[in-house]
Structure formats: structure tokens, C-alpha cells
Design a protein around this ligand. Structure first.
Ligand code: ADP
Ligand code: TRP
Length: 326
């Protein structure tokens, strides 16, 4: 049985307060993958440094995302959970990989070009970001890497580098597969566009009752009169409700839409209640974790020790293969 378990690896950047898009697009699928797989999840703080020059903020966000991930259901007994910067071995592999990565491969990366176009400083860390990401993945011998569509090209770069390495030095590295979350719908924001912190259209997952409610009341709806039937499939409120509700609850609300005499205010009310039911217990878990920072540190330290041991193994084989073991 054990042999069939895949090693799943993913990194999350500590980029601020989590919203419904992050939860349903990233956290929830990652938590579900813990069943039946051997997961390695880490906080990508080295990567965050490419764009975050404020040490206090980097520290605070890294701790914050650790607490958030645990509150969302990451189980540290089953999953190796760690901070990227607690495994400095990854840089040694990055260097070796740098030495076989064509500059042209990195120049073609959209993510770099997009960031620079948005005015982010074109530092070398930002440029070589995909090589560090390749090292993250390859150092743990990962089979599957769940990522959003925006990271697809980075996974192609990783595979390209791994194949180059193996062609030159023998079959040392596992060539990973991307697990692109095509099946996870894009979660709409208050205005119906993709929910994103860049569009200021988010609903946070850990907002307390009143704050969440006031965001929910701001969801844009059309002007169908209260008494008319409404199409649930065309409504942003329903699109969010369906993510949290059971099938029976979903069907019941859809029928109320179609029957008429239900205003969007009622639907928002139903969504606010569902939100509370769904995220209330996680918020409570998060509150408890925030009161026990030592426990969170302990979890990350234990994870880092496990991750380092796995990283060392790959690195020893790589050093021997390339001739750095003299
Ligand atoms: P943001 O757009 O708010 O800056 P990020 O780009 O930091 O969010 O996304 C972090 C993770 O959350 C990624 O894996 C991304 O695919 C996922 N994600 C973000 N927004 C959404 C959304 N609206 N729907 C589905 N997944 C999303
Ligand atoms: N670049 C990823 C993001 O911004 C984060 C990340 C870093 C990552 N290293 C990784 C994801 C390795 C998967 C595997 O979302």
C-alpha cells in the first residue's frame, strides 16, 4: 500500500489575509490531498523575499499563514509542514540547477515579465525564482505538485531542468507532475470578477461575524424585482453559497430563487449564516492557535527536521553525481 502513496509538495507564499478564493482554490484542495498521500507543505518565505523587503512584515505574515493553514485543517501528524527558510539545503541544489538552466528559459517566464510590468523591482531573485522553485520540488523527490494555473509554466521549467539534469548525470531526480486545479472553479469576488486581493473585492475567511456580513451585503446583484423568479446560476451570491452548502441546501436555495418572492437580501442573509457555520469553527481553532505560538513553532520545527532529512538524501546523491563529493 505504502508504495502507492505519492509524495505531494506545495508551497504557499505568505502574502496576507486569506480570502474565499484562496481557501476554495488552494487550501481546501491541499487539505483534502492529505488523504492517501504523503504531503510536504511549506511556507515559501524565501520566495516572498523577492518582493517583501520589510523584515517585520515577512516574519508576521509567515507566522500568520502557518496558523491559518493549521486552522484550515492541515494535520501536522500526517503532513510535513515547515518554513522554506528552515531548509537552507535547498540553496545548494538551486546553485547546481542554476548551472544547467538556460537564461532563455527564465526569460520566457510570464510571471517574471508580468511582475516587472507591474513595477516590481527586477531583482535577480525575482528572475531566478523558478530555479529555487524547481529546487523546492526536486529536493524532496516530489511526484505531484498541486498549483493554480498561474504556476503551470513554473512546473514546466521544473520538469525541463530535472530532465536536463538526468540526461547529463543519470536518473537521480524525480520528474514531477503538476496537478493543476482545473476542476476548481474560479471563485468570484464582490463585483463578479475573480476574487483577488489586487481587486479589493474579497471576503476574508477569518473575518468575524459583523465584518463578513458587511462584505457579503456588498455583493453586486442585478435589479430583478423581488417578486420575480431569479436565476441562481447567474448570481454571485449563489456562486459563493454553493461552495459552503450541502447539495440539499444548494437545491433548496436554488428553488427559492426560481420561485420568486425572494429578494437578493434574503439570499445574502442565507449566505452570511452559511459562512458563519462553515468558517466559525476554523476561526475558533485559529484563535486557539494564536494563543499558543510555541505550539505552532514546534510544529514547524518538527516539520523542518523531517524535511531536512529528506533534502539531505537528495543532495548527497546530487553532490556525488556532479562531482562535488571529492
Ligand atoms: P490573490 O489573487 O488574492 O493575490 P494569490 O495569487 O496569492 O491570490 O493566490 C494564492 C492561491 O489561491 C493560488 O493557488 C491561487 O490559485 C488561489 N486563488 C486565488 N484567488 C482565487 C480565486 N478567486 N479562485 C480560485 N482560486 C484562487
Ligand atoms: N510560486 C508559488 C506561488 O506563488 C509558491 C511556491 C514556491 C511553490 N515554491 C513552490 C508552489 C514549490 C509549489 C511548489 O504560489
Amino acid at each position: 500500500m505504502n508504495q502507492q502513496r505519492k509524495r505531494v509538495l506545495s508551497g504557499i507564499q505568505p502574502s496576507g489575509t486569506l480570502h474565499l478564493g484562496n481557501y476554495f482554490g488552494m487550501m481546501k484542495p491541499a487539505v483534502e490531498l492529505q488523504d492517501g498521500n504523503e504531503c510536504f507543505y511549506f511556507i515559501a518565505d524565501y520566495h516572498a523575499l523577492t518582493q517583501l523587503p520589510d523584515p517585520a512584515l515577512l516574519r508576521q505574515r509567515s507566522r500568520g499563514v502557518a496558523v491559518d493553514f493549521l486552522a484550515c485543517g492541515l494535520d501536522p501528524l500526517r503532513t510535513t509542514f515547515f518554513r522554506q527558510s528552515d531548509v537552507p539545503e535547498v540553496h545548494e541544489l538551486t546553485w547546481v540547477l542554476n548551472c544547467m538552466t538556460p537564461v532563455g528559459l527564465l526569460e520566457r517566464c510570464h510571471s517574471y515579465k508580468d511582475k516587472v510590468a507591474r513595477g516590481i523591482e527586477a531583482n535577480h531573485g525575482l528572475f531566478s525564482y523558478p530555479v529555487l522553485m524547481a529546487a523546492d520540488i526536486l529536493i524532496y523527490g516530489s511526484h505531484l505538485v498541486p498549483v493554480g494555473k498561474d504556476q503551470k509554466q513554473h512546473l514546466e521549467v521544473t520538469r525541463d531542468i530535472a530532465v536536463r539534469f538526468n540526461n547529463r548525470y543519470g536518473e537521480i531526480l524525480v520528474v514531477p507532475e503538476a496537478l493543476i486545479r482545473e476542476d476548481v472553479a474560479v471563485v468570484p469576488g464582490l463585483d463578479g470578477q475573480k476574487m483577488s486581493k489586487s481587486y479589493d473585492n474579497t471576503i476574508e475567511i477569518f473575518a468575524a461575524g459583523k465584518a463578513a456580513r458587511s462584505r457579503i451585503m456588498k455583493i453586486v446583484t442585478d435589479s430583478t424585482p423581488l417578486e420575480d423568479p431569479k436565476d441562481p446560476e447567474a448570481c454571485n451570491v449563489f456562486a459563493l453559497y454553493r461552495l459552503m452548502a450541502t447539495e440539499a441546501e444548494r437545491e433548496a436555495l436554488a428553488q427559492r430563487y426560481r420561485a420568486g418572492n425572494m429578494g437578493y437580501g434574503h439570499a445574502k442573509q442565507a449566505l452570511a449564516e452559511k459562512y458563519e457555520e462553515f468558517f466559525g469553527p476554523m476561526r475558533e481553532r485559529r484563535r486557539e492557535l494564536l494563543e499558543h505560538p510555541d505550539l505552532v513553532e514546534d510544529i514547524l520545527r518538527t516539520g523542518a527536521a523531517r524535511a531536512r532529512a529528506a533534502a539531505r538524501e537528495t543532495l548527497n546523491r546530487v553532490r556525488a553525481a556532479v562531482g562535488l563529493d571529492g
